[in-house]
Design a protein around this ligand. Structure first.
Ligand code: PBG
Length: 327
């Protein structure tokens, strides 16, 4: 009684209702974190060419954007800032008047229940475009830790609900945890970009965030795409240092890493469906080579099926609309 013809796996695929009941993975608007790029000035809405539907926004436009995000039921946004000026140590990242800090205050006034997560990194703010301070021609780990810790505290002071260190410096989670605790932010969680790969899928983001490195590349700190055992070590380290959430990034080409991390640690986990993954879907859909909606939903379902509890995605707003229309 355990094989065909008694067993017919197609029985559970017979009707839409049954297919719905048998579904193992379900997307919900609660799964998503929506990235937003904020910039100085007034009435600025710079459409990012390789990322249709995504723009750099000045604070006046941010107000309607977060209103929309929150009306759609998306629980969280992830902020990236384009500074007025870049310098070797990325000062605007940790100035109270920095663009991200201003944006946090605006969001907290407009949509107080929306979770505001910040990216803790220097690459958008440094003139050389690297994620940390340069000492003797190299990205200096320990000097960068001081600046990242300052950035996280400055963001928490402005009202950030959660901070996301993404610079891939050793010890960054511990350094930020200590600094937040000393400053009194003992309840501010850390979403650690733990297994962050040196990926060509970040290409469109670097246009959006104006953060292309001016010399060399990020291979000295971001991970080699060939490695998974090392990803487990990175995640383990971040958990030990006090991360509340761990992340795998990018997502689509790293589903095995997401799945291994889920099995190994069972820790709350985010995955970042990054810019290049979004751009590929948009470009192919615009050419009518694929059905963009179905492909986006399939990719996001796969990321969740692999083991991610939450997904950072540029598709969040449109997916929220598609899911709402299904009901
Ligand atoms: C670094 C950072 C990057 C992304 C998020 N945070 C870029 C990089 O490391 O080069 C990429 C996200 C994306 O591609 O959507 N602060």
């Amino acid at each position: 009684m355990s094989s065909f013809p008694q067993v017919r796996l197609r029985r559970l695929r017979e009707s839409p209702a049954l297919r719905r009941m048998a579904q193992e993975t379900r997307l919900s608007v609660s799964d998503f974190i929506y990235p937003i790029f904020v910039t100085h000035g007034r009435d600025v809405q710079n459409q990012i060419e390789p990322m249709p539907g995504i723009s750099q926004l000045s604070l006046d436009h941010l107000i309607s954007e977060v209103g929309e995000v929150s009306d759609l039921g998306i629980p969280a946004v992830l902020l990236f800032g384009i500074p007025a000026e870049k310098d070797p140590e990325g000062r605007e990242a940790y100035e109270p008047g920095g663009i991200v800090q201003e944006a946090i205050r605006v969001i907290k006034e407009t949509a107080p229940d929306l979770m505001v997560i910040t990216d803790v990194c220097l690459c958008e703010y440094t003139d050389h475009g690297h994620c940390g301070a340069i000492v003797d021609g190299k990205v200096d780990n320990d000097r960068t830790l001081e600046l990242l810790a300052k950035t996280a505290v400055c963001q928490a002071e402005a009202g950030a609900d959660m901070v996301g260190p993404s610079a891939m410096m050793d010890g960054q989670v511990g350094a930020i945890r200590d600094a937040l605790d000393i400053a009194g932010f003992v309840d501010t969680p850390i979403m650690a970009y733990s297994a962050k790969y040196s990926s060509a899928f970040y290409g469109p983001f670097r246009v959006a965030a104006e953060s292309e490195p001016q010399f060399g590349d990020r291979k000295g700190y971001q991970m080699d795409p060939a490695n998974i055992r090392q990803a487990m070590r990175e995640i383990e380290q971040d958990i030990d240092e006090g991360a509340d959430l761990v992340m795998v990034k990018p997502a689509l080409a790293y589903l095995d890493v997401i799945s291994a991390a889920r099995d190994t640690f069972g820790y709350p986990m985010a995955a970042y469906n990054v810019s290049g993954e979004y751009s590929m879907v948009k470009a192919a859909a615009e050419n009518e080579w694929i059905d963009g909606q179905r492909v986006a939903l399939e990719i996001l379902t796969a990321i969740k099926r692999a083991g991610a509890d939450m997904v950072i995605t540029y598709h969040a707003k449109e997916v929220a609309r598609w899911l709402a229309a299904e009901r």
